[in-house]
Design a protein around this ligand. Structure first.
Ligand SMILES: Nc1nc2c(ncn2[C@@H]2O[C@H](COP(=O)(O)OP(=O)(O)OP(=O)(O)O)[C@@H](O)[C@H]2O)c(=O)[nH]1
Ligand SMILES: [Mg+2]
Length: 578
């Protein structure tokens, strides 16, 4: 079992002293922490329990100026250790930390009423009573970080509570929020953090988000011990060769590449401590990151958070929203929502069943693997959810989206047919945006594909408004016989040729289909008797100029009737008729 317990409580109430007493480790390492006697940054220590398991302990600062650091620490924990000074009782940050723990969905924990050595039994009992009322669900233990009184009982209670805590998901893609970065001589940059999901091992290729930098993990440690692979919930130190210390920061996420969407928007449900007006600016705490954001309210208690920097989030992630004080908690409904307020979509997300979730999340095409991570759905739940959308070649498409896309494509093809009846198709490459899903969608669209073009089913070229122009051209060709006519309308010529009405020669010249037949007959007859035909002979037989004779013969070469040998031509095959 890999669980992390985090301290909480007002400044100077004895958290760090208690952590020291429990683990033997002084987590106030910074010179400034030592000088001022308060914690400033997060501290970490392994905590051995009587049943042989080891918990990770995160010690947080209590000073009101460092609540944001407390939040960064608390987002990675599974259970809390709320510390209350027996002499002082609950104070401002006791309440604020407790509120933050609740907003983060942390229900399991123990309350330690500490400094029991400095109060009389009545005062101790008063504070214990206050603590029980404050956190009715948690056991309350009297301890002293100085004398060690009550520590065994505290360890036993932590072990009992830990047994009820649900493990983090190992079967979801790897995600770790970085809380510390340092460099060790000869090893390079090391990042630490709690593994929210998945696992990490030596040799893994991961990505530092939101910068999108690909990294390789060289080695992994859990509590200073090298391990092959660390699992979800464990506190991990990973060395990243080739990465400069300044390239990674607290707040960054180390993730399986591409598994989580990188987004400037989060759709959330709110739990407000104070009413948050539409448009409010505040700070969003997600993982170990802090991001300025603007709130766009949707419906009663939902909102879209517009972030100043992107995050890699998943459905179900818990956020804390703060300004000067803690204002609200939020649960991510969609980690990469479309812009704009959509109450119906939010309703679906709020319903929480797999089909509603998938239907709400798949607004744009998404790969099924990525959807699974984003929706935090797996196994049967995922299968059930996917029933709500169309799945093809590993992509999920919303039925609505497919309908709209189909309607838009049909509309464009109809417009194209009206505008260019001679070529009523559109190039496949231009039909859809150049997205990776485009080839899959093409296969789902009700269009006919011919030679790299898409057509409405049954659509064929027609003359439309050019009937008159066609008739005019054909009149001219009929009058010209074998003499070629230059046309300025190549589209019309291509169309009429497709219809078998004219034949296109080189340089934009055309003759009627009948004239070309006559020309071919001249060649066949001459070759049948003389065995061959020269340009000069054909010119005389056809009564045309040199240029037209040449264009006609070249077309016959192309059609495979004749083959040119120097100045002469012979028939490729002896026609059956002769
Ligand atoms: N007598 C006695 N003193 C204690 C006990 N626990 C802490 N102290 C003292 O209380 C003061 C504050 O203790 P810390 O452990 O630094 O308090 P903290 O909660 O970590 O403070 P911040 O991290 O700054 O919020 C120190 O002077 C400790 O020596 C205790 O159980 N008994
Ligand atoms: Mg401290």
């Amino acid at each position: 079992m890999a669980l992390t317990v985090g301290t909480a409580g007002h400044v100077d109430h004895g958290k760090t002293t208690l952590v020291h007493a429990l683990t033997g480790k002084d987590t106030d390492r910074l010179p400034e922490e030592r000088a001022r006697g308060i914690s400033i940054d997060l501290g970490y220590a392994p905590l051995e329990l009587p049943d042989g398991t080891t918990l990770s302990l995160v010690d947080v600062p209590g000073h009101e100026r460092f609540v944001r650091t407390m939040v960064a620490g608390a987002t990675g924990i599974d259970l809390f250790l709320l510390v209350v000074d027996a002499a002082e009782g609950a104070r401002a940050q006791t309440h604020e930390h407790l509120a933050i723990l609740r907003l983060l969905g942390l229900e399991h924990g123990v309350v330690a009423v500490t400094k029991s050595d400095v109060v009389d039994p009545e005062t101790l009992e008063l504070t214990m009573e206050e603590a029980r009322e404050l956190v009715p669900s948690a056991p309350v233990v009297a301890v002293s970080g100085v004398t060690g009184a009550g520590l065994d009982e505290l360890r036993a209670e932590l072990a009992a509570v830990a047994a009820d805590v649900e493990q983090r998901r190992a079967d979801f893609p790897t995600r770790l929020f970085v809380d510390r970065v340092f460099s060790l001589h000869g090893i390079g940059t090391i990042v630490t953090g709690t593994l929210w999901s998945g696992s990490v091992g030596a040799g893994d290729q991961l990505r530092v988000e939101p910068a999108g930098r690909d990294v390789r993990v060289r080695s992994v440690q859990v509590h200073d011990v090298a391990v092959e692979r660390a699992g979800a919930g464990q506190r991990v130190a990973a060395s990243l060769p080739g990465v400069e210390r300044g390239d990674v920061r607290r707040g960054d996420a180390l993730v399986e590449a591409g598994a989580f969407p990188r987004s400037y928007r989060l759709e959330v449900s709110l739990e407000e401590l104070e009413p948050i007006p539409d448009g409010a600016r505040l700070t969003v705490h997600h993982g170990t990151s802090r991001i300025p954001a603007r709130v766009v309210r949707v419906g009663e208690d939902h909102a879209q958070l517009r972030l100043a920097a992107p995050v890699v989030a998943a459905r179900g992630d818990r956020l804390v929203l703060r300004a000067e004080t803690t204002l609200a908690g939020a649960v991510v409904l969609d980690p990469a929502p479309p812009r704009g307020r959509d109450v119906e979509r939010d309703r679906l997300l709020g319903e929480g069943d797999p089909r509603s979730i998938v239907r709400a999340l798949v607004h744009e095409p998404v790969q099924v693997d990525a959807l699974a991570a984003r929706a935090l759905l797996g196994g049967d739940d995922l299968d059930e959810g996917l029933d709500a959308v169309r799945v093809a070649d590993g992509w999920a498409f919303a039925e609505d989206w497919l309908e709209e896309t189909t309607a838009a494509v049909e509309e464009r093809l109809r417009a194209r047919a009206a505008e260019a009846p001679l070529e009523p198709g559109l190039a496949l490459a231009e039909l859809l945006p150049p997205e990776p899903w485009a080839p899959v969608v093409l296969g789902l669209l009700p269009v006919e594909r011919r030679g790299g073009m898409a057509y409405l089913p049954g659509a064929s070229a027609s003359l439309g408004a050019r009937v008159e122009a066609a008739a005019e051209l054909e009149r001219r060709l009929a009058a010209s016989g074998l003499v070629a006519t230059k046309t300025e309308d190549p589209e019309l010529a291509r169309f009429l040729e497709g219809e078998g009405r004219i034949v296109r020669l080189g340089d934009g010249y055309v003759v009627s289909a009948g004239a070309y037949e006559v020309a071919q007959d001249l060649v066949r007859t001459e070759c049948a008797t003389a065995g061959e035909i020269t340009l000069a002979r054909f010119r005389d037989l056809g009564g045309v100029g040199r240029r037209d004779a040449q264009l006609l013969l070249e077309r016959m070469d192309v059609d495979g009737l004749t083959r040119r040998i120097g100045d002469r031509r012979i028939l490729r095959r002896v026609p059956r008729a002769l």
